[in-house]
Design a protein. Structure first.
Length: 358
């Protein structure tokens, strides 16, 4: 558990299934958790009840026929399923097109809830990002014209939406075109077109690829977390931290990688490794895992009563479900801790922790 400074109120578990008010296991993966007014919403991918046969992805289980679910909660413990098909148009082709990574924000200008997500018709094929919108946080979300990004020729496998305090929205994505890089790009006030202004967070011309976590703001500083490609792997991914004074300013990599191997050693990040090799045990995919054996997809910022903002690493703990179903895999919600100068400290694994929410 966390230090006693966090009063016991809401208990968040990383080693137990979350169940909804109907008694069903919550089927919501990758995506995001955001708070609108006094209610928390979880937007995530609905995986079918399938078994992944090995320690990495096989191109089938978890790929089709994905939809997006929406759950609501007053306290992050009691969850109500609002829909298991938040974007109805996806059902037309999700038997052959993969969909992941639903990110939602509220645009005060248009008074709409806007969803940015990864669409297999666009990712790996174009420089466009899928977008949908709804007048309600509970959906349904209806398709809008995809947004063309100016910082790349072809988008790779991750997208994130970040909304700043002033309502300005940004999309963070990684690229296929060389050199491989992570980019953050500004949207116009209506969130339907890029302004053409972007900043390159990180350039990495060789393997392993870097997937993305979310973007967050703390103490006037902007952060993003990127890690090695995991592809539904059971060992997890590394986690490197980048900071900037503004999303479009110069980004600097924090020297210390914050997701160590569970044996306390640094992962092997040599360029000849790929997503099918465990960086914590290059000769054994079933060997040593990362301290947080998950693939990061986002961050969640929680407002607490007495301790300010609590920032959570938000990832998928693949192949963790006791029954072996991907739809029942646990998530990893890990509190981040910071040094006095704002650096993210090496992460610790928490089976559960408590937080007094504001």
């Amino acid at each position: 558990t966390l230090p006693a400074a966090f009063p016991k109120s809401t208990v968040i578990y990383n080693d137990k299934w979350r169940k909804d008010t109907a008694g069903e296991i919550v089927n919501s993966h990758d995506g995001c958790v955001v708070k609108f007014n006094k209610t928390y919403y979880q937007y995530g991918t609905v995986y079918e009840h399938c078994h992944q046969p090995g320690p990495i992805c096989n191109g089938k289980c978890g790929y089709f026929p994905n939809t997006f679910s929406i759950y609501s909660s007053p306290d992050l413990e009691m969850w109500t399923l609002l829909t298991s098909n938040a974007v109805p148009a996806m059902s037309k082709d999700n038997h052959k097109v993969s969909y992941w990574e639903a990110n939602v924000g509220y645009n005060k200008k248009t008074q709409e809830f806007v969803m940015v997500y990864w669409d297999g018709k666009l990712g790996f094929h174009s420089n466009k990002v899928a977008i949908a919108a709804s007048p309600s946080p509970g959906g349904p979300f209806h398709l809008r014209t995809p947004i063309t990004m100016h910082g790349c020729k072809i988008i790779s496998d991750t997208v994130n939406l970040f909304v700043d305090d002033d309502g300005t929205a940004y999309i963070r994505y990684n690229t296929v075109d060389a050199p491989r890089r992570h980019v953050i790009e500004e949207l116009n006030q209506f969130w339907n077109v890029s302004t053409g202004r972007f900043s390159v967070i990180y350039t990495k011309p060789d393997f392993p690829w870097y997937d993305g976590g979310g973007v967050f703001k703390r103490g006037g500083k902007y952060y993003t977390m990127l890690g090695t490609d995991c592809c539904f792997c059971q060992w997890g991914g590394s986690s490197s931290v980048f900071t900037a004074s503004h999303p479009l300013a110069t980004w600097t990599q924090q020297p210390q990688q914050v997701n160590y191997c569970s044996n306390g050693k640094l992962p092997n990040l040599k360029k000849d490794l790929n997503a099918h090799v465990n960086p914590c045990d290059t000769t054994n995919p079933l060997g040593t895992n990362f301290t947080v054996p998950a693939q990061q997809f986002n961050v969640v910022t929680l407002q607490t009563k007495d301790q300010g903002d609590l920032v959570l690493y938000y990832g998928e703990h693949f192949r963790s479900s006791p029954d072996g179903w991907k739809s029942h895999d646990y998530q990893a919600w890990i509190p981040l801790q910071f040094s006095e100068d704002g650096a993210v400290l090496p992460m610790k694994w928490y089976s559960n922790f408590t937080v007094d929410l504001a």
